[in-house]
Each structure stands twice: as structure tokens, then as C-alpha cells.
Design a protein around this ligand. Sequence first.
Ligand code: SF4
Ligand code: SF4
Length: 471
Amino acid sequence: MFGLFGNKETKKPEACDLPFLCWQCEMSAPGGCGSHGESKGVCGKTATKARLQDLMIYGLRGLSAYREHANELVSTPEESKILKEIDDVNAETLYFTLTNVNFNFDEHIAQLMKIGNAGVKVMDLLSNAHTKALGVPAPVTVTQNKAEGKAILVSGHNLDMLEKLLERIEERGLSDKINVYTHSEMLPAHGYPHLKKFKNLKGNIGKAWFDQTDIFTKWNGTCVVNTNCIVPPEKSKKVGNYIDRLYTYKITGIEGAKKIENDNFDPLIDQTLELPEVTGFDSDEKIVTGHHYKTVLEAYGAKVLDAIKEGKLKRVWVIAGCDAPGKKRNYYRELALALPKDHLIITSSCGKFRFNDVDFGNIPGTDIPRYIDLGQCNDSNGAVHIALAVAEALGIKDVNELPVSIALMWMEQKAIIILLALLSLGIKDIFIGPNAPQFANDDIVNFLVENFNLGVISGDIHKDFGKELAS
Ligand code: SF4
Ligand code: SF4
């Protein structure tokens, strides 16, 4: 594999014309430092340092999202200590980006790795908190786009909120009157034992977050979005079709939607009872989820090792990340479909909806599934845990020597913290896409290529992965 960022045969990613833009202090040039093409700010901050500081802020945004998700789940002093460490990195990094604090390139990179390390910690914390509260997920096949009765559709990432909602429906004796369905990143909920036990948690509707305007419009019942990603009215006129049936939770909000206050789910439940039964969702499709890394290691760990040693399993692919509108991400489906039968796919996040309708079967000669859904974006740490466990068992010191290929899709800042987390662990040869990040300039690109062999997908799977596909 080669880094397409730096590959001479490949066009360099288009970059923003402005070298940088910073207007955070009073010394700012008129219109912001960099706004007229300057390569340095009045304070002496270079475009590269400014962009690296922007990247820090994007990483912190993703880190903060996971930290906030973890907040309501942690209970022990050890978990609180980890939260404090994460908060310290957050505060330190914000201070780092203050005017006239640091002008050292290496220390900018070190701070980014520190943010990545905090990302590793927060994803582990969240993963452990989920399995502690809801049990370790087990693989499950769920209905897709099939719904009946009075129903609530829950979208987002907040599994804790889903459990509270299901409990409240049960407390009110309404479990046989209201069904609950998942959308987008809530799909992995079906694998968790403490959620699966609710018989009115029925199945999944729709795909990644951006189909919500179509799905919610068609959905006769109520809808809840409990974290990002929600589509605002400015982006879709269709929001007006369901805004009176839409609820948001905690930090999530759009104008016109009702807010679930203080975990009081009764207004949502009451409105669901008043609304007609859902119709128009009669599909026979099925999808699979629930391969948490702990399940994978326990159920398939030894089998995977044997399969690698016997040559039955040749390569593992991590094809994961954020979905977003547009055809460019069809690349990832094309890639998943092109993999030889003795290659295994590990996925997570909503990008999986690009190919999770496919039955990939088992690795030939084994009962190891070729498609493993680790869960939500915050469960991406599972791929590293699996790789480290396999490397250790095979006596391989550098995890990068494993036959693993990584193709990630990025959209927003949770993906940035995941990327920084992977880089902080020394994971190399990652391909990202479908577009190059606009916050990178030549200096940052060269650094990423030289140190991590990071590449941007070209749009041609054979050009990017020809060697690996043939292995
Ligand atoms: S911090 Fe530096 S680059 Fe940013 S506005 Fe102030 S002087 Fe300009
Ligand atoms: S994986 Fe990313 S894009 Fe998808 S719902 Fe989660 S945060 Fe949003």
C-alpha cells in the first residue's frame, strides 16, 4: 500500500486557498490573520501551526462528545479518574491553542497524540461502561424496515436513554401497546442483553443518519434523536413534515422539536399512543449486528488464530466510519464486495449501512463470520483490541505487520478523534476518504505520509488496494 497523500501519480488533494484563518485575539489582522493570503499571523503563528491547532479543536470536539456520552454511565472512582484525565487533556489543549503559548511543531504533534491517547481512554471507558450497564452484546439478526403498531423510532448513539425509555414504557404497562425501533447508530442496541430482553424493542428502520428526513416523514409514530447526527430545518424542508412528532434529548436540539426534560418520557409515550399505527414498513430484509470486540475475542479468538495459521483467513479489513450523503462512499461497498472469500471485514459506525445488507457468509472451512459489526463509532476501539490480541497470540511485536488493511470514512469530529486515537497507538497505513481533510496543508500532509503512511482514497479500489485484494 502507498500513501496517496504523497503519491506522485496521484493528484494532490484540493486545499483551501487561504493558508489559514485565525481571528481569535485583538492583534488579528483586519478580516483575520491569513484572510489576505498571509502565511503567518501577527503574533508569528504560522499557517501550519494554526491548522494543527484547528485539528486539535476538532479532536477535542469528538473527545468531548464521547466524554459526554460516558458521563452518565460512569460510577466507580477508577472511571471518574479516567474522566478527570480526559478533562485535563481537554483543558490543557484549549490552553495550548491560546495566543502566544506554543510555536513548536513537534510539541503540536505531541499534543495531538495526547488528544488521541485521551480518545483511546474515552472509547475504552465508554465501551466498558456500556457492557457493564447493558451486558456484553451477542450477534443478533434483526428485521430491517419492518414495523407495526404504535411506535417510537430512536436515532443517535445514547443506549442509556433507550434503556430508560423502554423501562418507562414497561413501568406504565404499555410494552404490548408501544413498539420501539432503532435508526442509524442505535442499531447495535439490539445486541445488548439488557436491551434485547425488552420484547417491544423490535427492529431497525432506515440506514445512516441522513435518511432521517425521508424515514421520519414516512413514519406515523414519534421519533427521538438522542445525540448527533440530527438534520436541521435549514438543510431539509421535509423536517416540517415531522417536527411535531420529533423529540430531542439533552444536548441535541432543533427549533420546533420537543425536548425530553429530566428523563421524563411520558409526553413522548402519550403522543405515541395518540398517533396512528405505523404503516408502510413491510420489508423482509434482515441485518446483523452485535459483534462487540469482547464477544469476538471470546467466541472467535482461538478460531481466528487457527484460521490465520492454517491459511484459511488471509486478511482482515477494517472498513468503517461515518456515512454521509453522496455517491463517493459507494467506494466502500465496492471494496467490501470485491474482497476474496478468505478475507474478513470488521466494521463500526454508520458507514456500515453502505454494505450491511449483504450476506457475506463465513470464512470458507470455518464458522467465522466474514462480516463483524463492532457497534457504534465509539466501539471502533474494538478493532485495535482485536488486532493487539491477535498480534500477541501470534508473537508479532508490531501490530502494523499483521495482514490488516484499513479504509475509513470520515464526516465529522468523532471520526477525527478516532483517527487521532489510531495514530497515537502507532497504527499506520490508514486510508481515509472519500475526501481529503481541508485543514491539512503540505507540511501536515508530508508529516502524516512520512510518519504514518496515511493515504486518501482515490476512488479506484484496485489502484488503492490492488495488492491487498490479490493477497
Ligand atoms: S493568535 Fe496570532 S494568528 Fe491568531 S489572530 Fe491573534 S495574532 Fe493573529
Ligand atoms: S458514525 Fe459519525 S456520522 Fe454516523 S451517526 Fe455517528 S457521529 Fe454521525
